[in-house]
Design a binder for this molecule. Structure first.
Ligand code: FAD
Length: 466
């Protein structure tokens, strides 16, 4: 109660934003406040002074101008899936784009326009109706905006690249409340920066993507082995993917088998290692390519077969629900050397939470064919991204699992190459610099001085102008 009073905004101050605002203004004490201040990570508990739920670009412009006048710190929220909860703040203004959910597909031009509040599954729903797709992430309730602005890795990346590699243009509201476009022709410097540089330069209100053919049926899914077989499975996997075509993207996950209908009851809770494939070409070819992995050793369960891409894409949804407690440490490695495999296999056996599941993404293919300096994204030549997710359903056991994640990540330190900016926690400026590398970081700083010299947009993986 005391807290609510402390952050309550002067009603007269908010009245500056109210006239004409088409969306919804939510303040502490309003019925919808608890719902809209909550983000995906249940470990984040912040209380903004005002949540401006924008209905369109005009609302975003008004909210940005209001922020400048009021001096409130600004958090920008689309899908609300930032691991460290950067899209909500204490005692500031949240500019929330989650009402802006329009998608328009042009099947002839093979392009799609998507507003900033769109979630990945919503974009797939619209594009897959035409057998087309944008390469994006692996959980359907993730926000398209935050994911795209950091780069975007997922099931189609080795064939079609990062999400930003199919980005054609963005509409954006700058720190000064101006509407601008960024693409190869208009503001190309800004277009370079938004392809990996996060929300540092302004608020993107709409994205335009190139679409590529996909499915809608693909050969995809997980094959499970007992976790104690992990060192052997990973060594075989490492050699098998060397020859794999770019149509195939794979992810390895160590976890306890979840209690899902597709998994026999006797496996529920059993520690497993799963190799999950998604073949983005003809189904018959996918079956051939996956066969050696499927025949390796004694799999406990094989769920890799032809299925709609949207079914495969939602496979991880129940494993990362909203409201659980999450802590992540991440790094890229050049390859799965024996040293890396031994650390992974050893630490997989040490996780204690029944809901922790950590993915190892296979990179390469189309990602590495785009020049390292063509976009702000860094680490195109890495071999794998390892994401050490510590997860608990509540606060209970969270500290221990977080410690496990930190120790695991530290053990991998000799093998770190780069780090994906969207997989950083709140780790400080030096880590953001590492995520971009010195040269790109300096270029991004110069861009920040041009588009946001006062660092209005600083609640993000921040690149300070000075
Ligand atoms: C369950 C889960 C699965 C994930 N899987 C993947 C994956 O497969 N591949 C992958 O690449 N990443 C993945 N991620 C990471 C994801 O890319 C980031 O968490 C991303 O920031 C989420 O975007 P969002 O819009 O939901 O986030 P938000 O929390 O809304 O925002 C994240 C950041 O982006 C900024 N931002 C948001 N919207 C805008 C905007 N419109 N304009 C300017 N800045 C904005 C925010 O200020 C904040 O700093 C996953 C995350 C989760 C939680």
């Amino acid at each position: 109660m005391v807290r609510t009073e402390r952050i309550a905004l002067d009603a007269a101050a908010v009245s500056g934003l109210e006239p004409g605002f088409r969306g919804e203004l939510v303040r502490p004490g309003d019925g919808a406040y608890e719902e809209h201040r909550a983000v995906w990570n249940g470990a984040i508990d912040r209380r903004p002074a005002l949540i401006a739920r924008c209905a369109g670009v005009a609302d975003v412009i008004s909210a940005v101008k209001f922020a400048a006048e009021s001096g409130l710190p600004v958090a920008v929220r689309s899908g609300g899936h930032s691991f460290p909860g950067l899209s909500v703040c204490d005692e500031g203004l949240v500019i929330d784009l989650s009402l802006m959910r329009g998608v328009r597909v042009d099947p002839e031009a093979r392009t799609a326009r998507a507003q900033a509040g769109v979630l990945l599954g919503e974009l797939d729903r619209e594009t897959q109706a035409f057998g087309l797709a944008v390469p994006a992430g692996i959980v359907t309730h993730t926000g398209l905006a935050g994911l795209t602005l950091g780069g975007g890795i997922g099931w189609l990346m080795r064939k079609y690249g990062l999400t930003i590699d199919q980005l054609l243009s963005v509409d954006m509201v700058t720190a000064g409340g101006e509407f601008v476009k960024a693409n190869e022709k208009e503001n190309p410097d800004l277009f370079w920066g938004v392809r990996g540089g996060g929300g540092n330069f302004g608020i993107v209100t709409e994205f335009e993507f190139r679409l590529n053919p996909l499915g809608p049926i693909v050969y995809a899914g997980p094959i499970f082995w007992a976790m104690e077989d992990s060192p052997r499975v990973l060594r075989f996997y490492r050699d098998w993917i060397k020859e794999a075509p770019d149509d195939l993207t794979t992810i390895v996950v160590h976890r306890r088998a979840p209690p899902l209908p597709a998994i026999p009851t006797e496996l529920h809770g059993k520690p497993v290692v799963a190799v999950i494939g998604c073949y983005a070409g003809p189904v018959e070819d996918g079956e051939k390519v996956m066969r050696p992995m499927k025949q390796f050793g004694s799999p406990l369960l094989d769920l890799c077969f032809a299925k709609p891409f949207v079914a495969h894409q939602s496979m991880f949804d129940p494993s990362f629900p909203r409201g659980w407690w999450y802590y992540f440490r991440s790094c890229d490695v050049a390859d799965l050397s024996d040293g890396v495999i031994d650390i992974v296999a050893d630490n997989a056996l040490r996780m204690t939470s029944p809901v922790t599941a950590f993915p190892i993404f296979q990179l390469g293919g189309a990602i590495s064919r785009v020049g390292e300096n063509d976009t702000a994204f860094n680490g195109r030549n890495a071999g794998h991204t390892i994401n050490v997710n510590a997860t608990t359903t509540t606060a209970e056991g969270f500290d221990e699992e977080r410690e496990w994640s930190r120790n695991f990540w530290s053990a991998l330190q000799p093998y770190h190459t780069s780090v994906y900016v969207n997989f950083l926690m709140d780790e400080g400026e030096e880590r953001v610099r590492q995520a971009y590398g010195d040269e790109k970081y300096e270029r991004l700083k110069a861009l920040k001085r041009k588009y946001d010299p006062k660092n209005v947009f600083r609640l993000n993986q921040n690149i300070p102008p000075q």
